[in-house]
Write a protein that binds this ligand. Structure first.
Ligand code: HMH
Length: 221
């Protein structure tokens, strides 16, 4: 023990894009309280679209775990993801209602549609479980790190946004992310070089799509 795991090595190697995804200007505006409320509205709307494909992706990861995993406990962790997604969807519906957003009329923007298509590509049966679980970890870790930062010391996060930040930023969600990371590392350790390379490329694409998703809310000049 004591050595660096595969995911640790990738976080180090791809630090720049990881930081872009987890310390994005949009997230910084939540933390410093200057967040544009119409951008926040767009975030709510596009999240609801994203969550539909994300839920299908998590379902496909559960199928892969059931078929391919060497450890039954993985299925329980992924089932936990699905359970919290169901809760998340209820939260988004409540938030949308408060803000007079009609969730049935939302048109996915380019970044959301692209991200959904990417998730769909990961749902194919020939995509290895190791690749899917690594992507799932990356997706959840970006939200955890981003929103935990909005709750850290010195934040001026607006009161009405704190509940949202706590949803992904809380310690329990952090522990869940760590469990996904451990699963990914266990699988990567037993995987072929080819599978590991695919998982690394998948993770990079996740990070790019996460940055693209934030960029839709806070475009660079
Ligand atoms: C865009 N990335 C996006 N939305 C989410 N809800 C998560 C990650 C984490 O669940």
């Amino acid at each position: 023990g004591g050595g660096m795991t595969a995911t640790d090595a990738w976080l180090r190697k791809h630090r720049l894009i990881y930081t872009e995804a987890t310390r994005h200007p949009f997230v910084l505006t939540i933390r410093d309280g200057t967040v544009n409320l119409s951008a926040f509205r767009t975030w709510l709307e596009q999240e609801c679209e994203f969550l539909r494909s994300f839920a299908a992706f998590v379902g496909s990861a559960l199928v892969k775990a059931w078929k391919e995993s060497d450890d039954r406990a993985d299925e329980e962790v992924i089932l936990g993801s699905l359970a919290s997604l169901s809760d998340e969807l209820a939260w988004f519906k409540k938030e949308a209602l408060k803000r007079d957003i009609n969730l049935t009329e939302i048109i996915p923007q380019k970044a959301t549609a692209g991200y959904s298509r990417f998730l769909e590509s990961l749902m194919r049966p020939e995509v290895e479980y190791t690749v899917a679980i690594t992507a799932l970890w990356g997706i959840e870790a970006v939200y955890h790190e981003s929103f935990a930062y909005c709750l850290e010391e010195g934040n001026k996060t607006p009161l009405e946004l704190r509940e949202g930040c706590e949803r992904w930023g809380n310690e329990g969600f952090g522990k869940y992310c760590n469990r996904l990371k451990e699963i990914a590392d266990r699988r990567l350790e037993m995987g072929s070089g080819e599978v590991c390379k695919k998982a690394e490329v998948g993770l990079l694409r996740v990070l790019e799509y996460e940055v693209g998703f934030w960029n839709m809310l806070c475009p660079h000049p």
